[in-house]
Design a binder for this molecule. Sequence first.
Ligand code: SF4
Ligand code: F3S
Ligand code: FES
Length: 249
Amino acid sequence: MGYRAKFEVWRGDSSGEGALQPYEVDVNEGEVVLDIVHRLQATQAGDLAVRWNCKAGKCGSCSAEINGRPRLMCMTRMSTFDEHETVTITPLRTFPVIRDLVTDVDFNYVKAREIPSFAPPEDLAPGEYRMDQLDVERPQEFRKCIECYLCQNTCHAVRDHEENKEQFAGPRYLMRVSELDMHPLDVRDRKDAAQEDHGLGYCNITKCCTEVCPEHIKITDNALIPMKERVVDTKYDPLVWLGRKIFKR
Ligand code: SF4
Ligand code: F3S
Ligand code: FES
């Protein structure tokens, strides 16, 4: 059965000015928050800016904060809310607003570009790469990432500390560093880079990134903690330390 629900939607622009605007919108059975935003555009707020594409939880475009919780609008069913509650829809807080619900997520592209690509040994020709099936399977989970940036938006290390953005790559890109470090044929030193260049030390394992990931990737347990362990092993293992001193690695 349909009903009429109350919403508060952030309307604002890149000047930083804006406010929550109240709306009442019809809701039909089985609808998701993105359906409501589209109905709002069609009937009351034709100039409401929103980014979306697939409406299937796979493009990562429709990220927003619903009742303060980072979520995909197309995967959030209206049936999860009480019919009488006011549902608030606001843009991702960690990134600058362009307009209304659309944010500038350029931070993430910058961080992606800062990670050097996969580097196989020079004497291995394409076609000669060999690795264990286990090493093939282990990073598959990380490849499910749809780059929605909900984890990047949620991590307190940047959400509450704008000043850390320069040094901290965020969970999604530390996961990428970890994935490369796990690759048996990658010859780059990812461990020093994780600490020195990508800010692994800023992560204090709160796991908020994992909680909001719509792909249910265990970012903290399977990527960040193992990376931290490998960094510690290298840094504090006396034999590794001695070897590095001798061979000046
Ligand atoms: Fe989104 Fe999960 Fe990828 Fe983070 S790791 S960008 S939350 S899909
Ligand atoms: Fe941030 Fe995730 Fe670490 S939320 S603190 S990157 S566990
Ligand atoms: Fe593609 Fe929501 S519209 S993930």
